[in-house]
Unconditional design. Structure first.
Length: 311
């Protein structure tokens, strides 16, 4: 049987070019509309956060929702075949059964509602944080948590809890060394518990960026303000939601479970809005300096050693 290839010429090339370019204006308009409406809605939640009384300590989680009165669903570590992501928060929700325990076939609405309720985030912040999943769903409307492993979506270099993807391909589990090293950089205390300040967060953020850039020839954040801002946003949310509590953060990040009796420390009546999160993110990002003087005892970790150990 003879197979004849389709002709390739200037006309077919022009048609292909038009077919590729034609959807771009519509995609831009749709994206712009999403951003506009998201922030318009967030203005409403910001006003509510400023005007309404905060939720009472001990009653941040609403009655009937998982975590009410500090009672979280049973924790189960992921089993072989379960899907996990580079995001500790989503993994924690799956480990407690708030999201499907196998981490598979999850819709955006499920993810957004789950993080809103568990961490007391506004609907707008929940939607913003889960919107990146649209980039990897291939039109299915659902994802497995492992899909977020793709570089530059949720996963990014210089993570607080994961080595760069160039050295560790599976970003679904935290690295205990990195988590414990991070926790050791909390220099403040409150109620006899070690706590991070925003300065601690910014310092460690800068340390991770500098050492990852130094040891990773494929380091992806040199010119990417978006991913730097995203990384600082992670620091900002951890600081706000946990009030910088190092002991709770260690449990959350290393074991990927909720500490016993824990509740979010952000207490806005209708959830922590995007604007509040962005302000804290800016405070971290613009106080993060890769060329900073290292604290006594600190030194860069050489990720290349991970390759040597695996041989």
């Amino acid at each position: 049987m003879t197979v004849t290839a389709k002709p390739v010429n200037t006309f077919t090339t022009a048609i292909g070019l038009i077919a590729r370019l034609l959807p771009l204006p519509f995609a831009f308009v749709a994206f712009s509309w999403f951003v506009f409406t998201l922030h318009a809605r967030d203005a409403y939640y910001t006003v509510l956060a400023l005007l309404l009384p905060k939720r009472r300590v001990g009653r941040v989680i609403k009655k009937g929702d998982p975590g009410f009165d500090g009672m979280w669903p049973q924790y189960c570590a992921p089993r072989e075949g379960d899907s996990r992501s580079p995001c500790p928060g989503l993994n924690v929700l799956a480990n407690h059964g708030i999201l499907p325990r196998n981490g598979k076939n999850i819709s955006y609405k499920e993810m957004s509602l789950a993080i809103q309720k568990a961490f007391n985030l506004s609907p707008t912040l929940g939607d913003q944080l889960t919107s990146s999943a649209f980039l990897v769903d291939q039109g299915r409307g659902r994802i497995d948590l492992y899909d977020l492993n793709a570089l530059g979506i949720v996963q990014h270099d210089a993570s607080l809890t994961r080595h760069d993807i160039a050295f560790v391909a599976d970003q679904g589990a935290p690295d205990s060394f990195l988590v414990n090293r991070f926790v050791e950089h909390a220099t403040h205390s409150k109620n006899n518990r070690r706590r991070f300040s925003l300065g601690d967060m910014a310092y460690y953020n800068g340390l991770r960026r500098a050492e990852c850039r130094d040891s990773n020839g494929q380091y992806s954040m040199v010119y990417s303000f978006f991913h730097k801002f995203f990384g600082s946003g992670n620091c900002a949310l951890l600081y706000s939601i946990f009030d910088g509590d190092a002991e709770d953060l260690k449990v959350f990040l290393e074991e990927e479970r909720f500490p016993h009796g824990w509740e979010p420390k952000v207490r806005s009546a209708h959830g922590h809005p995007i604007l509040f999160a962005q302000i804290t993110t800016l405070m971290v990002e613009f106080n993060t300096h890769e060329g900073q003087k290292l604290r006594p005892g600190d030194q860069f970790f050489n990720q290349r050693l991970l390759k040597l150990k695996s041989k």
